[in-house]
Design a protein around this ligand. Sequence first.
Ligand code: CO
Ligand code: CO
Length: 366
Amino acid sequence: MSNLRIESLRDLQRAHGLQVIALVPGANLFYCTGLQKSLSERPCVMFLPVEDIPHLLLPEFEVADAEQQLTFEHRIYTYSDAQGYSQAFRHLCRDLGLNGKQAGIEFTHMRVFEQREIALAAPECQFVDAEALLAHLRIRKDPTELAALQEAARLNERVLRQVIASIELGQSEKEIAAAYQMAAFQAQSDGLAFDPIVVSGPNGALPHAYPGDRHIQAGEFITLDCGVKYRHYCSDITRTIGVGEISDRLKAIYDVVYEANEAGRSSVRPGVTAESVDRATRQVITKAGYGDYFTHRTGHGLGLEVHEPPYIVEGNATVLEPGMVFTIEPGIYIPGLGGVRIEDNVFVTPTGCESLTTLPRELILL
Ligand code: CO
Ligand code: CO
Protein backbone atom coordinates (compact mmCIF):
# COMPACT_ATOMS: atom_id res chain seq x y z
CA MET A 1 0.00 0.00 0.00
CA SER A 2 2.75 2.41 0.97
CA ASN A 3 4.54 1.85 -2.30
CA LEU A 4 1.45 2.71 -4.28
CA ARG A 5 0.99 5.87 -2.29
CA ILE A 6 4.61 6.90 -2.82
CA GLU A 7 4.05 6.33 -6.56
CA SER A 8 0.91 8.52 -6.51
CA LEU A 9 2.86 11.18 -4.66
CA ARG A 10 5.67 10.99 -7.24
CA ASP A 11 3.19 11.61 -10.06
CA LEU A 12 2.03 14.74 -8.25
CA GLN A 13 5.62 15.82 -7.53
CA ARG A 14 6.47 15.55 -11.23
CA ALA A 15 3.43 17.61 -12.14
CA HIS A 16 4.44 20.31 -9.64
CA GLY A 17 8.19 20.28 -10.25
CA LEU A 18 9.01 19.12 -6.72
CA GLN A 19 12.08 16.89 -7.03
CA VAL A 20 11.95 16.06 -3.33
CA ILE A 21 9.34 16.09 -0.59
CA ALA A 22 10.56 16.06 3.01
CA LEU A 23 8.10 14.79 5.62
CA VAL A 24 8.32 14.93 9.41
CA PRO A 25 6.47 12.52 11.76
CA GLY A 26 2.73 12.87 11.47
CA ALA A 27 -0.25 12.01 9.32
CA ASN A 28 1.38 12.67 5.91
CA LEU A 29 4.42 10.54 6.74
CA PHE A 30 2.22 7.73 8.01
CA TYR A 31 -0.15 7.96 5.04
CA CYS A 32 2.61 7.93 2.43
CA THR A 33 5.08 5.48 3.98
CA GLY A 34 3.35 3.61 6.84
CA LEU A 35 6.02 4.91 9.25
CA GLN A 36 4.53 5.79 12.60
CA LYS A 37 6.67 8.12 14.71
CA SER A 38 6.17 11.02 17.08
CA LEU A 39 7.67 14.47 16.75
CA SER A 40 10.38 15.09 19.30
CA GLU A 41 13.46 17.27 19.71
CA ARG A 42 15.41 14.53 17.91
CA PRO A 43 14.68 15.14 14.23
CA CYS A 44 13.28 12.42 11.98
CA VAL A 45 12.81 13.43 8.34
CA MET A 46 11.83 11.26 5.37
CA PHE A 47 13.01 12.63 2.02
CA LEU A 48 11.02 11.33 -0.95
CA PRO A 49 12.85 12.06 -4.21
CA VAL A 50 11.17 11.54 -7.56
CA GLU A 51 14.17 9.81 -9.11
CA ASP A 52 15.62 7.84 -6.20
CA ILE A 53 14.58 5.66 -3.26
CA PRO A 54 13.37 7.35 -0.05
CA HIS A 55 16.11 8.69 2.26
CA LEU A 56 15.34 8.63 5.97
CA LEU A 57 17.17 10.57 8.68
CA LEU A 58 16.58 9.46 12.26
CA PRO A 59 18.27 8.72 15.60
CA GLU A 60 20.49 5.65 15.55
CA PHE A 61 18.59 3.91 18.34
CA GLU A 62 15.31 4.14 16.41
CA VAL A 63 16.60 2.33 13.32
CA ALA A 64 15.47 -1.18 14.31
CA ASP A 65 11.92 0.02 14.92
CA ALA A 66 11.81 1.93 11.62
CA GLU A 67 13.21 -1.03 9.66
CA GLN A 68 10.37 -3.17 10.98
CA GLN A 69 7.78 -0.69 9.77
CA LEU A 70 9.15 0.12 6.32
CA THR A 71 8.08 -2.15 3.49
CA PHE A 72 9.98 -0.53 0.62
CA GLU A 73 13.59 0.00 -0.36
CA HIS A 74 15.17 2.99 1.38
CA ARG A 75 18.43 4.47 2.62
CA ILE A 76 19.00 5.46 6.24
CA TYR A 77 21.13 8.26 7.74
CA THR A 78 21.58 8.12 11.48
CA TYR A 79 23.04 10.18 14.30
CA SER A 80 23.76 9.59 17.96
CA ASP A 81 22.84 11.93 20.79
CA ALA A 82 26.52 12.71 21.40
CA GLN A 83 27.24 13.36 17.73
CA GLY A 84 24.25 15.55 16.96
CA TYR A 85 22.30 15.52 13.71
CA SER A 86 23.89 18.24 11.51
CA GLN A 87 26.34 15.88 9.85
CA ALA A 88 23.60 13.38 8.99
CA PHE A 89 21.60 16.19 7.34
CA ARG A 90 24.71 17.24 5.39
CA HIS A 91 25.43 13.73 4.12
CA LEU A 92 21.82 13.05 3.16
CA CYS A 93 21.32 16.37 1.37
CA ARG A 94 24.63 15.95 -0.47
CA ASP A 95 23.75 12.42 -1.63
CA LEU A 96 20.34 13.63 -2.78
CA GLY A 97 21.86 16.57 -4.58
CA LEU A 98 19.29 18.76 -2.88
CA ASN A 99 21.19 22.01 -3.31
CA GLY A 100 19.50 24.15 -5.96
CA LYS A 101 16.41 21.95 -6.07
CA GLN A 102 12.86 22.57 -4.94
CA ALA A 103 11.89 20.74 -1.77
CA GLY A 104 8.27 20.38 -0.77
CA ILE A 105 7.77 20.60 2.99
CA GLU A 106 4.78 20.74 5.31
CA PHE A 107 4.46 24.39 6.31
CA THR A 108 2.13 23.61 9.22
CA HIS A 109 4.12 20.62 10.51
CA MET A 110 7.84 20.98 9.87
CA ARG A 111 9.51 22.99 12.58
CA VAL A 112 12.04 25.77 12.25
CA PHE A 113 15.02 23.68 13.41
CA GLU A 114 14.39 20.92 10.86
CA GLN A 115 13.97 23.39 8.03
CA ARG A 116 17.12 25.25 9.14
CA GLU A 117 19.18 22.04 9.15
CA ILE A 118 18.12 21.34 5.55
CA ALA A 119 18.79 24.94 4.55
CA LEU A 120 22.27 24.79 6.14
CA ALA A 121 23.05 21.53 4.35
CA ALA A 122 21.62 22.76 1.01
CA PRO A 123 21.82 26.57 1.00
CA GLU A 124 20.37 26.94 -2.52
CA CYS A 125 17.38 24.71 -1.82
CA GLN A 126 13.99 26.37 -2.37
CA PHE A 127 11.23 25.45 0.01
CA VAL A 128 7.68 25.10 -1.27
CA ASP A 129 4.56 24.30 0.73
CA ALA A 130 3.51 20.76 -0.20
CA GLU A 131 0.45 20.60 2.06
CA ALA A 132 -2.12 21.09 -0.71
CA LEU A 133 -0.52 18.37 -2.79
CA LEU A 134 -0.52 15.94 0.14
CA ALA A 135 -4.11 16.88 1.02
CA HIS A 136 -5.09 16.05 -2.55
CA LEU A 137 -3.95 12.46 -1.95
CA ARG A 138 -5.69 12.11 1.41
CA ILE A 139 -8.95 13.98 0.88
CA ARG A 140 -10.94 11.07 -0.64
CA LYS A 141 -11.05 8.13 1.72
CA ASP A 142 -10.80 4.57 0.38
CA PRO A 143 -13.08 1.80 1.72
CA THR A 144 -10.55 0.72 4.38
CA GLU A 145 -10.23 4.27 5.65
CA LEU A 146 -14.00 4.73 5.63
CA ALA A 147 -14.45 1.55 7.64
CA ALA A 148 -11.97 2.80 10.26
CA LEU A 149 -13.73 6.18 10.44
CA GLN A 150 -17.07 4.41 10.80
CA GLU A 151 -15.75 2.30 13.66
CA ALA A 152 -14.16 5.33 15.35
CA ALA A 153 -17.55 7.09 15.26
CA ARG A 154 -19.34 4.00 16.55
CA LEU A 155 -16.93 3.60 19.48
CA ASN A 156 -17.12 7.32 20.25
CA GLU A 157 -20.92 7.17 20.36
CA ARG A 158 -20.87 4.16 22.64
CA VAL A 159 -18.55 6.00 25.04
CA LEU A 160 -20.55 9.23 24.87
CA ARG A 161 -23.80 7.38 25.60
CA GLN A 162 -22.20 5.77 28.64
CA VAL A 163 -20.74 9.04 29.94
CA ILE A 164 -23.91 11.07 29.36
CA ALA A 165 -25.94 8.46 31.26
CA SER A 166 -23.52 8.71 34.21
CA ILE A 167 -23.51 12.52 34.60
CA GLU A 168 -24.72 13.74 37.99
CA LEU A 169 -25.49 17.16 39.42
CA GLY A 170 -22.49 18.54 41.28
CA GLN A 171 -19.90 16.73 39.16
CA SER A 172 -17.19 18.96 37.74
CA GLU A 173 -16.38 19.38 34.07
CA LYS A 174 -13.00 17.75 34.75
CA GLU A 175 -14.64 14.74 36.36
CA ILE A 176 -16.86 14.19 33.33
CA ALA A 177 -13.88 14.61 30.98
CA ALA A 178 -11.95 12.04 33.06
CA ALA A 179 -14.90 9.64 32.87
CA TYR A 180 -14.87 10.02 29.09
CA GLN A 181 -11.15 9.29 28.87
CA MET A 182 -11.45 6.20 31.05
CA ALA A 183 -14.42 4.88 29.08
CA ALA A 184 -12.66 5.59 25.78
CA PHE A 185 -9.77 3.31 26.70
CA GLN A 186 -12.06 0.63 28.13
CA ALA A 187 -14.04 0.65 24.86
CA GLN A 188 -10.97 -0.71 23.00
CA SER A 189 -10.46 2.47 21.04
CA ASP A 190 -6.88 3.29 20.05
CA GLY A 191 -6.88 6.34 22.31
CA LEU A 192 -8.17 9.87 22.17
CA ALA A 193 -8.35 11.88 18.96
CA PHE A 194 -7.97 15.06 21.08
CA ASP A 195 -8.40 16.19 24.68
CA PRO A 196 -12.12 16.00 25.44
CA ILE A 197 -13.98 19.30 25.75
CA VAL A 198 -16.59 19.37 28.53
CA VAL A 199 -17.99 22.82 29.28
CA SER A 200 -21.04 23.83 31.28
CA GLY A 201 -23.23 26.89 31.76
CA PRO A 202 -21.57 30.15 30.66
CA ASN A 203 -18.36 28.22 29.78
CA GLY A 204 -20.35 26.76 26.90
CA ALA A 205 -19.87 30.10 25.15
CA LEU A 206 -16.16 29.24 24.75
CA PRO A 207 -16.02 26.74 21.87
CA HIS A 208 -12.56 25.32 22.68
CA ALA A 209 -12.33 25.82 26.46
CA TYR A 210 -10.62 23.22 28.63
CA PRO A 211 -12.73 21.38 31.20
CA GLY A 212 -12.38 23.11 34.56
CA ASP A 213 -13.45 22.76 38.18
CA ARG A 214 -16.89 24.21 37.54
CA HIS A 215 -19.67 22.03 38.94
CA ILE A 216 -22.70 21.02 36.92
CA GLN A 217 -25.81 22.94 37.95
CA ALA A 218 -29.49 22.59 37.13
CA GLY A 219 -30.89 24.83 34.41
CA GLU A 220 -27.69 24.71 32.33
CA PHE A 221 -26.37 23.15 29.19
CA ILE A 222 -23.31 20.90 29.08
CA THR A 223 -21.43 20.63 25.80
CA LEU A 224 -19.37 17.47 25.27
CA ASP A 225 -17.05 17.55 22.25
CA CYS A 226 -15.03 14.34 22.21
CA GLY A 227 -13.24 11.94 19.91
CA VAL A 228 -11.46 8.62 19.87
CA LYS A 229 -9.20 7.01 17.29
CA TYR A 230 -9.57 3.63 15.67
CA ARG A 231 -6.73 2.28 13.53
CA HIS A 232 -5.28 5.81 13.33
CA TYR A 233 -8.57 7.39 12.16
CA CYS A 234 -10.41 10.03 14.19
CA SER A 235 -13.96 10.73 15.23
CA ASP A 236 -15.14 14.08 16.56
CA ILE A 237 -18.67 14.35 17.92
CA THR A 238 -20.39 17.08 19.90
CA ARG A 239 -23.65 16.90 21.78
CA THR A 240 -25.12 19.57 24.03
CA ILE A 241 -27.39 18.28 26.78
CA GLY A 242 -29.57 20.02 29.35
CA VAL A 243 -29.65 19.51 33.10
CA GLY A 244 -32.98 20.07 34.89
CA GLU A 245 -35.33 22.85 33.79
CA ILE A 246 -33.95 24.71 30.78
CA SER A 247 -35.09 28.28 30.06
CA ASP A 248 -37.07 29.01 26.90
CA ARG A 249 -34.23 31.26 25.74
CA LEU A 250 -31.69 28.42 25.85
CA LYS A 251 -34.17 26.00 24.29
CA ALA A 252 -34.76 28.43 21.42
CA ILE A 253 -31.01 28.59 20.77
CA TYR A 254 -30.84 24.80 20.77
CA ASP A 255 -33.62 24.57 18.20
CA VAL A 256 -31.80 26.96 15.85
CA VAL A 257 -28.55 24.97 16.03
CA TYR A 258 -30.50 21.74 15.53
CA GLU A 259 -32.07 23.18 12.41
CA ALA A 260 -28.72 24.51 11.14
CA ASN A 261 -27.10 21.08 11.60
CA GLU A 262 -29.96 19.50 9.64
CA ALA A 263 -29.67 22.11 6.88
CA GLY A 264 -25.92 21.52 6.63
CA ARG A 265 -26.24 17.75 6.34
CA SER A 266 -29.03 18.04 3.76
CA SER A 267 -26.94 20.34 1.60
CA VAL A 268 -24.07 17.84 1.17
CA ARG A 269 -23.79 16.00 -2.14
CA PRO A 270 -21.14 15.55 -4.84
CA GLY A 271 -20.67 18.63 -7.01
CA VAL A 272 -21.48 21.29 -4.42
CA THR A 273 -18.70 23.35 -2.85
CA ALA A 274 -17.46 23.21 0.73
CA GLU A 275 -18.45 26.84 1.21
CA SER A 276 -22.03 26.14 0.12
CA VAL A 277 -22.37 23.77 3.08
CA ASP A 278 -21.11 26.52 5.37
CA ARG A 279 -23.67 28.89 3.89
CA ALA A 280 -26.46 26.35 4.45
CA THR A 281 -25.89 26.19 8.22
CA ARG A 282 -25.06 29.88 8.58
CA GLN A 283 -28.20 30.97 6.77
CA VAL A 284 -30.41 29.27 9.39
CA ILE A 285 -28.52 30.84 12.28
CA THR A 286 -28.35 34.29 10.70
CA LYS A 287 -32.05 34.24 9.85
CA ALA A 288 -32.85 33.47 13.48
CA GLY A 289 -30.82 36.54 14.52
CA TYR A 290 -27.78 34.74 15.96
CA GLY A 291 -25.37 35.22 13.03
CA ASP A 292 -22.88 37.18 15.16
CA TYR A 293 -22.77 34.33 17.66
CA PHE A 294 -21.75 31.59 15.20
CA THR A 295 -18.08 32.45 15.39
CA HIS A 296 -16.38 29.56 13.60
CA ARG A 297 -16.50 27.60 10.33
CA THR A 298 -19.16 24.91 9.87
CA GLY A 299 -16.72 22.00 9.91
CA HIS A 300 -13.48 20.34 8.93
CA GLY A 301 -12.30 17.18 7.23
CA LEU A 302 -11.72 14.11 9.35
CA GLY A 303 -9.23 11.33 8.78
CA LEU A 304 -5.78 10.58 10.17
CA GLU A 305 -6.00 14.08 11.65
CA VAL A 306 -8.91 15.48 13.57
CA HIS A 307 -8.70 18.71 11.55
CA GLU A 308 -7.75 18.32 7.88
CA PRO A 309 -9.11 19.35 4.48
CA PRO A 310 -11.75 19.89 3.30
CA TYR A 311 -12.50 22.83 5.56
CA ILE A 312 -16.18 23.69 5.45
CA VAL A 313 -15.80 27.44 5.37
CA GLU A 314 -16.69 30.49 3.29
CA GLY A 315 -14.02 30.99 0.64
CA ASN A 316 -13.32 27.29 0.15
CA ALA A 317 -14.53 26.46 -3.35
CA THR A 318 -13.38 22.81 -3.14
CA VAL A 319 -15.98 20.72 -4.92
CA LEU A 320 -17.24 17.86 -2.76
CA GLU A 321 -16.61 14.35 -4.10
CA PRO A 322 -17.64 10.88 -2.97
CA GLY A 323 -15.34 9.60 -0.24
CA MET A 324 -14.76 12.95 1.44
CA VAL A 325 -15.40 12.87 5.18
CA PHE A 326 -15.97 15.94 7.35
CA THR A 327 -17.84 17.37 10.30
CA ILE A 328 -20.95 19.52 10.34
CA GLU A 329 -20.82 21.45 13.61
CA PRO A 330 -22.76 24.69 13.73
CA GLY A 331 -22.90 26.44 17.09
CA ILE A 332 -24.23 29.52 18.86
CA TYR A 333 -22.20 31.07 21.68
CA ILE A 334 -23.70 33.84 23.82
CA PRO A 335 -21.10 35.36 26.18
CA GLY A 336 -22.15 35.08 29.81
CA LEU A 337 -25.09 32.81 29.01
CA GLY A 338 -23.78 29.66 27.34
CA GLY A 339 -23.56 27.87 24.06
CA VAL A 340 -24.85 25.04 21.93
CA ARG A 341 -23.01 22.97 19.33
CA ILE A 342 -24.19 19.83 17.54
CA GLU A 343 -21.45 18.07 15.60
CA ASP A 344 -21.85 15.14 13.25
CA ASN A 345 -19.37 13.28 11.04
CA VAL A 346 -20.59 12.75 7.48
CA PHE A 347 -19.23 11.28 4.28
CA VAL A 348 -20.09 12.12 0.71
CA THR A 349 -21.70 9.27 -1.24
CA PRO A 350 -22.19 9.10 -5.03
CA THR A 351 -25.70 10.52 -4.57
CA GLY A 352 -25.61 12.61 -1.41
CA CYS A 353 -24.31 12.17 2.08
CA GLU A 354 -24.48 9.73 4.95
CA SER A 355 -23.84 10.39 8.59
CA LEU A 356 -21.33 8.27 10.47
CA THR A 357 -22.98 9.55 13.63
CA THR A 358 -26.31 8.21 14.81
CA LEU A 359 -26.62 9.68 18.32
CA PRO A 360 -29.95 11.52 18.66
CA ARG A 361 -29.68 15.23 17.93
CA GLU A 362 -32.84 16.16 19.82
CA LEU A 363 -32.20 17.87 23.16
CA ILE A 364 -31.46 15.31 25.86
CA LEU A 365 -32.52 16.46 29.33
CA LEU A 366 -30.95 14.86 32.39
CO1 CO B 1 -15.44 18.55 17.88
CO1 CO C 1 -14.80 19.26 15.05
